[in-house]
Design a protein around this ligand. Structure first.
Ligand code: C2E
Ligand code: MG
Ligand code: MG
Length: 767
């Protein structure tokens, strides 16, 4: 604009001068030509001067401009290259030379500079300028290192040459090595992250582990994709607590609440502790699955950035197995209530809690026994017996109205563990209620049978060093019942003294065995048809040094509860075989000797081997030995019993079923047991003479036994009347005070001699 104005002014001056020159020339005609020529020459010269001046001025101006740009460039805190677009002129600033380790002189030569820059550097600059674009390239530093740079080029000024418009450019560059390095690092990290994420999600997928995380300050959860799929929800990092809670089983919602609270309130959380929690969650298959959640709370310095969460594993299958195992181990098959194991486990835990000093909590332990349960088995059959047990289990469970647990602890014995409310009448009231319900049940389902139950009970705090002892006290109280129905007996001092007495007997008995104070008495077994001596039962006695004789029912039960019984049985077995062989060697007619074995001998020792050893050591023929087992013993584990009994029979030894009629078995059981002799219990014989039903039962049993080719013997015959009835009923053998009491060796030897004489007299009379 400025230049144009000057040109217009100059042109106007020339026009004015030309007009003046023409005017003067017209006024002086004779000099017109000269005036115009001089004016034209002057005009040409002045235009010439003007043009040269302008040119000079422009160059000066361009140099000044470049100098001032150069100054600016050196003052800039960035790499700068000032250059002509034909690279005839190039200047670099100190920042650039410093950054790449050269001096300004090194780079003054364009050739050197070109070695430092990539070949195409700034080539598209004009285009970059038009597009206002940055160029990124690497500059080679001294020593060969590459420095990443970014450049922006601007046209600073233009100079018009004859041929074209020349541009002076200024390129400003920044060292972006650090940024590039960080970018590369970032790319590497994100690649690694992507890889590890894909590894992680693959392993999650394959291992069926889900992940749940939570930020303490938010009420939402991150739930891993795989777990979301199981629940049928969209994968998300912000699943609201209420949404997740919905999936929890009704009974486990409180577990969720506790978890959510634990994952929010981190104060006092332990960094290293791994917490475990189990709950049921509804899956897309419409089933509740058991999940195990293993999580950790790792608070950071800034609590809001804590990592809380962990792995969720589907443990449904394990849980099902656990439940089955638990059921098998702790649930009684017949009643579906707890068994003895579970009762003992919970009882012991309760005992330990209650024993904690100052707990002030107390419990009652009640043991129940169905009176004469064997009668139900005998008269109604085994299945009905089981049905009664099952119903009784339900009654026991129902009686726990104010909490506690109930269990079947064996056979027809049940037990209750209930909280002591301070009312001493509570156990009695509960038992009475059970007795009442049992009566109603029997009226409805078991016809004419009156079934009753008795109970023994004690307070946990009444003594005992563990729960087993407390239960012992209740069981011991129950065993004090004298056989009447519906008894309820509380453990008291008298019972306590009896237990102490039992303990005293145990230690005394141990000494008695060492001192050989145990001896065998023998009781005859007589042929009912002709009075011949057919056998003898060896019955143990404890003869104290002062001569007092202790009957077996005083010490055998005590011995059964300790290891002493094995020693006693071993003694009886050897002694009975030895004595019988001795009598045979003395010339007495050979008869069988019977010995009694307990369940401990039968199930916990190798009876077959013991018997074989005794026979080998004494030289007694197996057929002169008879082993008496009770039916309740045989029924404890019927399959095992049958196998053991068969092994004994294979030795050639006889087998008798003792006390038949007192156990739980029905007559049908005789068929499956490999026995040779059935001993009718004294309780049937006692009332034979006056009781019609007893007579009928006895003759029915004898008939059935005969049909199975099993001999019968009646025990406890005290009168001739009983002997006569039994003889008429077809009973084979007899044992009882009427024929002979249990006698010591010398007396029995006399008895045998007498019998031998009787026999000889009979033979000679017949002859
Ligand atoms: P058990 O095997 O049924 O033996 C019969 C019991 O009835 C014997 O009592 C015998 O004395 C008694 N008895 C026999 N006839 C009559 C009678 O007419 N009237 C009365 N009131 N009683 C009679 P004991 O000897 O006191 O034995 C009792 C129980 O002790 C035995 O019953 C048996 O179960 C056990 N026992 C005896 N000796 C041994 C032994 O050596 N080992 C084992 N394990 N138990 C034994
Ligand atoms: Mg016996
Ligand atoms: Mg008996």
């Amino acid at each position: 604009m400025h230049r144009q104005y000057k040109i217009v002014m100059l042109a106007a001056a020339y026009i004015a001068a030309a007009l003046a020159a023409v005017n003067i020339a017209l006024r002086i005609p004779e000099y017109t030509a000269v005036i115009l020529i001089v004016f034209a020459a002057a005009a040409v010269v002045s235009v010439l001067f003007l043009t040269l001046g302008m040119k000079y001025f422009r160059r000066e101006h361009a140099l000044k401009e470049r100098e001032s740009l150069s100054r600016i460039m050196h003052s800039l805190n960035a790499m700068v290259i000032l250059w002509d677009d034909d690279f005839h002129y190039v200047e670099v600033n100190d920042e650039l030379t410093k950054s790449i380790g050269y001096t300004s002189e090194d780079l003054a030569d364009i050739k050197n500079l070109q070695k430092v820059l990539p070949p195409d550097a700034f080539a598209p600059s004009l285009q970059a300028i038009v597009n206002n674009r940055d160029e990124e390239f690497q500059v080679i530093a001294k020593g060969g290192a590459k420095v990443s740079t970014i450049w922006n080029t601007s046209i600073m000024t233009t100079v018009q040459t004859k041929t074209r418009t020349k541009c002076l450019m200024m390129s400003i560059g920044m060292d972006i090595s650090e940024t590039v390095r960080m970018q590369e690092e970032l790319i590497r990290y994100s690649r690694e992250l992507a890889e590890s994420e894909s590894r992680y999600s693959l392993s999650m997928e394959l291992s069926e582990i889900g992940v749940v995380l939570k930020k303490p300050d938010r009420n939402t959860f991150y739930v891993s994709e795989q777990l979301c799929r199981k629940l049928g929800i969209e994968k998300g990092t912000d699943i609201p607590a209420e949404t997740l809670r919905e999936f929890f089983h009704e009974d486990d919602k409180k577990v969720f609440d506790a978890l959510a609270a634990a994952m929010t309130n981190l104060y006092g959380a332990d960094n290293d502790e791994i917490h475990n929690s189990e709950f049921r969650v509804l899956e897309t298959d419409g089933q509740y699955h058991w999940f195990k959640f293993r999580y950790k709370i790792t608070p950071n310095a800034d609590i809001n950035y804590a990592n809380i969460g962990g792995a969720v594993i589907d443990v449904t299958k394990d849980k099902a197995k656990d439940i089955l195992i638990e059921k098998m181990a702790y649930i009684d098959d017949v009643t579906q209530i707890f068994n003895r194991n579970k009762f003992m486990q919970i009882g012991q835990e309760t005992f330990e809690c209650a024993s904690e000093s100052g707990s002030g909590i107390s419990y009652w332990v009640i043991v129940l026994d169905i009176d004469n349960f064997h009668l139900i088995n005998d008269t109604c059959g085994y299945e009905n017996g089981n049905k009664l047990l099952n119903e009784f289990g339900k009654i026991v469970e129902k009686s726990l109205t104010s909490g506690g647990i109930g269990a079947r602890i064996g056979g027809d014995n049940f037990a209750l563990l209930i909280h002591d409310t301070g009312d001493d009448e509570l156990p009695v009231n509960i038992v009475k209620d059970i007795q009442e319900q049992l009566k109603d049940l029997c009226d409805e389902s078991f016809g004419s049978q009156t079934v009753t139950c008795s109970a023994g009970y004690c307070k946990m705090s009444d003594g005992g060093s563990d729960f087993a002892q407390v239960l012992d006290h209740a069981e011991f109280s129950l065993s004090m019942s004298d056989g009447t129905k519906n008894e309820i007996i509380r453990y008291d001092n008298k019972i306590h003294d009896k237990i102490i007495e039992g303990n005293a007997i145990e230690s005394e008995l141990a000494k008695a065995i060492e001192n050989n104070e145990l001896v065998l008495y023998y009781q005859p077994k007589i042929d009912l048809s002709d009075g011949t001596l057919m056998g003898m039962e060896a019955l143990i006695r404890w003869v104290k040094p002062d001569g007092t004789v202790v009957p077996p029912n005083k010490f055998i039960p005590v011995a059964e509860n300790s290891l002493l019984i094995t020693k006693i049985s071993d003694f009886v077995l050897h002694e009975a075989c030895r004595q019988n062989k001795a009598w045979q060697d003395k010339g007495y007619p050979p008869i069988a000797v019977s010995i009694n074995l307990t369940a401990v001998d039968f199930y916990q020792t190798d009876v077959k081997e013991s018997i074989q050893n005794a026979l080998n050591e004494t030289g007694l023929d197996a057929k002169w030995l008879d082993v008496e087992l009770t039916e309740s013993l045989a029924l404890k584990d019927i399959d095992h019993a049958i196998q053991q009994m068969q092994e004994i029979r294979e030795l050639g030894v006889q087998l008798s079923m003792d006390d038949f009629g007192t156990g739980y078995s029905s007559l049908s059981y005789i068929q499956v047991l490999p026995i040779t002799l059935l001993k009718l219990d004294r309780s049937f014989i006692m009332y034979l003479e006056e009781d019609e039903i007893s007579r009928e039962i006895v003759s029915a049993v004898i008939r059935i036994a005969k049909s199975k080719k099993i001999e019968t013997i009646a025990e406890g015959i005290e009168t001739i009347g009983q002997a006569e009835i039994l003889k008429q009923s077809g009973c084979d053998l007899a044992q009882g005070y009427f024929f002979g009491k249990p006698m010591p060796v010398d007396k029995f030897e006399e008895f045998m001699a007498e019998k031998a004489r009787e026999h000889a007299a009979k033979v000679s009379a017949n002859a």
